[in-house]
Every structure is written in structure tokens, then in C-alpha cells.
Ligand binder design. Structure first.
Ligand SMILES: Cc1cc2nc3c(=O)[nH]c(=O)nc-3n(C[C@H](O)[C@H](O)[C@H](O)COP(=O)(O)O)c2cc1C
Length: 314
């Protein structure tokens, strides 16, 4: 697979980043991805401070390759997580869902590499100005929280590539080697994938969640929270109920009633495997995911598919 500015910047073999994933990206997945030649990431989104420390210490014990820490900026204790990350020796950070101008001063040092996740050209320019070393440009196909403008990867990536001069990783809808070839053809320096990594042996997601990803079809996901907190997840009883209510014009109060307060719906679905009433965050690429390989097997396949796709174009 092609060496790019991203492989160079991060010191990795393949231009593939494993996106931080709330509840389901711990040290084990991160180490497996880094050992396979990509950039594995500990996703701090759902972790308490001790868990962040523990996961960083353990990922360091399990790989000597580069790895990263993802910090969603919607965390109220965002600054503390940055501090813990630096103290524990994280050197590559991705920040998401927030203002890059707030993140850069906390994380930018001579020995750190900071990357910001954006859903727009405006966000990309802002991150570049703030001093970020690279950008993950995420389209509306992606699993998890999405940009409010609903811009798709195929049109967003080349516009972002044209607007900035730092490396860009494309995210959203990429789950095989053909997608990686397509992203590079659009001018990206690499990709970030989330959904594909959920269905791997090393991912700590509940087996029921992994199986739902494998069984999902091209129309298997939906967006909820357009008025509150946009999220792409698998269709199930809960998310269909939410969508119905939103279509019927339900306000925040009514939607909060449907969500209920007895469970964290994401933990319920992704960690405890309650596939009907929990939230199962996944992207449209779930329809491409047919099995649950080890991360090493997956990387071998991604490289092979990529080479075939490129050869076919020639
Ligand atoms: C289960 C799940 C949880 C996610 N949680 C986060 C998160 O905590 N922080 C973040 O920056 N992105 C999060 N994302 C987005 C991914 O990091 C990645 O950018 C996205 O999945 C790429 O699109 P794809 O799902 O089509 O591969 C999540 C995605 C999934 C599928």
C-alpha cells in the first residue's frame, strides 16, 4: 500500500487509522491495529480517569509501534483527559466534536502530533490555523456522531484536500481496500475507519453488537438526534421509535422521555449486547462487513483489496 504524508507523519506502515470509539476501543484493539501496521487508538470517550491511565499503560506494554489517544471534546472534563494523556506518555492525539482552538494549546508540544476530526472545509481550515498536524475529514456515512450539514465523504474529502495543505485522512463509509483506494484517489493521505473495526476479534464490543454489524444491510443504519445530538447507529426498536417521534415533531422533553434515564443506551447496546433497546453506533459501511476477522487478518485483506483495486484502474 502507498506510503503517504500520513504514514510519514505518524511513523506507520499503512495509511489506516482506527477511529476512537466510545465504549469499544480499548488498549487491546489499539495495540492490535498498531501491531498490524496502522494507527491504533484508545478511545477515551466512555472511560473514567483511572481507565484512561490503565488503558494507556497497557497499550504501551502491548505495542512498541505508534498509537494514539482519542479525546471527544464534548467531555466536560476534556482538559483533565488531555493532562492525563500527556502525563502517561501519549504522543499522538485526535480530538473530535469541539473547537480545535481550545484543544491545540493543551496538546500541542514539540513531541506531540495532534489531529482534529472535522465534518467541513471550515472546520478543516480552522484546525490547520490552530496548528494541527493533520485532519480526519469525516462524512455523514460514518458511525457515531455526525456533522449537522450531512455532507458525504465523496464530496467532502476533495474539497477539504483543496482547502488545506496538511495531511487529510478520509473517514465515513470506508470498510475495505476499495474504499481506501478511492479515498487516496480523492486526494486523501489515508483513511480512518470505525465500523469495520467493531467487527474484529480484538474489539471489546459485545458479540451481539458485532453480529448485528455483520448482519446489517446497506439500509441498516439511521440518524437520530437531528435536533439534539446527531448520531448514526443501527436500526432497532429504540432508534426506530426515536426516529418516528422526531418525524412526528417531538420536542426535546418528549425525546428525553423516550431515551429514559435508567440506562446509558450506548453502553447497554455496545457493551451489554442489548440489541433491541440499546444504541449500536455504526456507519453505512456496516453493509460491507461480512465477518469478524482478527485485526491482522483484516489488514492483510485490506492491503490485498487495495492492490487489486489500484491494478484494475490501471
Ligand atoms: C461504535 C462507534 C463509536 C464511535 N465513537 C467515537 C468517539 O468516541 N470519538 C470519535 O472521535 N469518533 C467516534 N466514532 C467515529 C469513528 O472514530 C470514525 O471516525 C468513524 O467510525 C468512521 O466512519 P465509519 O464508521 O464509516 O468507518 C465512533 C464510531 C463508531 C462506529
Amino acid at each position: 500500500m502507498k506510503k503517504t504524508r500520513l504514514t510519514e507523519l505518524l511513523g506507520i506502515e499503512y495509511p489506516i487509522i482506527q477511529g476512537g470509539m466510545v465504549w469499544v476501543s480499548n488498549w487491546r484493539l489499539a495495540a492490535a491495529v498498531s501491531n498490524a501496521g496502522g494507527l491504533g487508538q484508545v478511545g477515551s470517550g466512555s472511560m473514567d480517569w483511572d481507565q484512561v491511565r490503565e488503558n494507556i499503560r497497557t497499550v504501551r506494554e502491548n505495542t512498541n509501534k505508534p498509537w494514539g489517544l482519542n479525546i471527544p471534546m464534548m467531555r466536560p472534563d476534556f482538559e483533565e483527559i488531555c493532562k492525563i494523556g500527556l502525563e502517561e506518555g501519549a504522543r499522538i492525539f485526535t480530538t473530535s466534536a469541539g473547537n480545535p482552538l481550545k484543544a491545540a494549546p493543551l496538546l500541542k508540544h514539540d513531541d506531540t502530533i495532534i489531529i482534529h476530526v472535522v465534518p467541513s472545509v471550515k472546520g478543516a481550515k480552522k484546525a490547520q490555523e490552530a496548528g494541527f498536524a493533520a485532519i480526519v475529514c469525516e462524512g455523514y456515512e460514518a458511525g457515531g456522531h455526525n456533522g449537522m450539514d450531512e455532507t458525504c465523504t465523496i464530496s467532502l474529502v476533495p474539497q477539504v484536500v483543496d482547502a488545506v495543505n496538511i495531511p487529510v485522512a478520509a473517514a465515513g463509509g470506508i470498510a475495505d481496500g476499495r474504499g481506501i483506494a478511492a479515498a487516496l484517489a480523492l486526494g486523501a493521505d489515508g483513511v480512518q475507519m470505525g465500523t469495520r473495526f467493531v467487527a474484529t476479534v480484538e474489539c471489546p464490543a459485545h458479540e451481539n453488537f458485532k453480529r448485528q454489524v455483520v448482519e446489517a444491510s446497506d439500509t441498516g443504519t439511521l440518524i437520530t438526534g437531528r435536533k439534539m445530538n446527531m448520531l448514526r447507529s443501527l436500526k432497532n426498536d429504540f432508534t426506530l421509535r426515536m426516529l418516528e417521534a422526531e418525524k412526528g415533531g417531538a420536542g426535546t422533553e418528549e425525546l428525553l422521555k423516550i431515551i429514559g434515564d435508567e440506562h446509558n443506551r450506548a453502553e447497554l447496546g455496545m457493551v451489554f449486547g442489548e440489541v433491541h433497546e440499546g444504541v449500536l453506533e455504526a456507519g453505512q459501511s456496516a453493509g460491507l462487513v461480512q465477518d469478524i476477522p482478527t485485526v491482522a487478518e483484516l489488514f492483510k485483506r485490506l492491503v490485498d483489496e487495495y492492490e487489486k483495486a489500484v491494478a484494475k484502474l490501471r
